[in-house]
Design a binder for this molecule. Structure first.
Ligand SMILES: [Fe+2]
Ligand SMILES: [Fe+2]
Length: 226
């Protein structure tokens, strides 16, 4: 399909194909985390939010595939199965629940909210606006889930031990999110902006703001550095 009189550019296809896969992986991660939460005896409320999150991420994958198709892009190939499982560290399952919960939700979903908001602000294509509006609403809930999970884990009977586990894990988590979103300067065309893409500089700016507004104060309140 063409938009505005011309074919949609390959960078738009590539980005929405990447998002289909990323959302599908998020669905698998939330599904597995929900099972882990059941296995460690987490509160039913937290388990249900994780289960609901898995369904919402699957919706995001389908919706992203709709955008990709509207742009005239080819569907991505099969997702590498190894990337659809959360790795176990070999330690207690509670440690992995904390590590994964913090990296995916406190860190990943917290920066995702302003990123999706910014994508929506620049989006002009109707289907892109519709899909980003839905995703943005869900991601704000996923962000809240992360911080509620962290509070529950650190406030529980294993809190002191888990705080130490998190202190050791945070530098690696920080390095991964900065590698993913920081240091970018790649520009984006007006057409790509209309299809919901962001420049590298925009990713970097939102990560910097999220670090100041969320990561430093929230982890700092738990006695943890970022
Ligand atoms: Fe999502
Ligand atoms: Fe999410």
């Amino acid at each position: 399909m063409s938009w505005g009189g011309g074919a949609v550019s390959p960078e738009v296809h590539a980005e929405w194909a990447r998002r289909v896969v990323a959302e599908y992986r998020s669905a698998a991660a939330a599904q597995e985390l929900a099972l882990w939460l059941l296995q460690v005896g987490a509160s039913p409320d937290l388990v249900r939010v994780a289960q609901r999150t898995a369904g919402e991420e699957l919706d995001h994958a389908e919706l992203s595939a709709e955008v990709l198709a509207a742009a005239g892009g080819m569907p991505p190939g099969p997702v590498h199965r190894a990337t659809l499982a959360l790795g176990r560290s070999g330690g207690p399952l509670e440690h992995d629940v904390l590590r994964v919960g913090v990296e995916l939700y406190c860190v990943g979903e917290t920066v995702a909210v302003p990123l999706f908001r910014r994508m929506l602000e620049g989006a002009t294509v109707p289907i892109v606006r519709r899909v980003l509006t839905r995703i943005l609403a869900d991601e704000a809930r996923h962000r809240r889930f992360g911080w509620e999970l962290l509070t529950a884990l650190l406030g529980g009977p294993d809190g002191a031990e888990l705080r130490g586990v998190l202190a050791a894990a945070l530098p690696g988590i920080r390095a991964r999110v900065e590698a993913a979103y920081g240091g970018g300067s790649a520009p984006v065309t007006a057409e790509a902006r209309g299809w919901g893409l962001l420049s590298g500089a925009a990713y970097e700016e939102e990560l910097r703001r999220t670090t100041q507004r969320w990561y430093r104060p929230r982890f700092g309140a738990e006695g943890l550095g970022w």
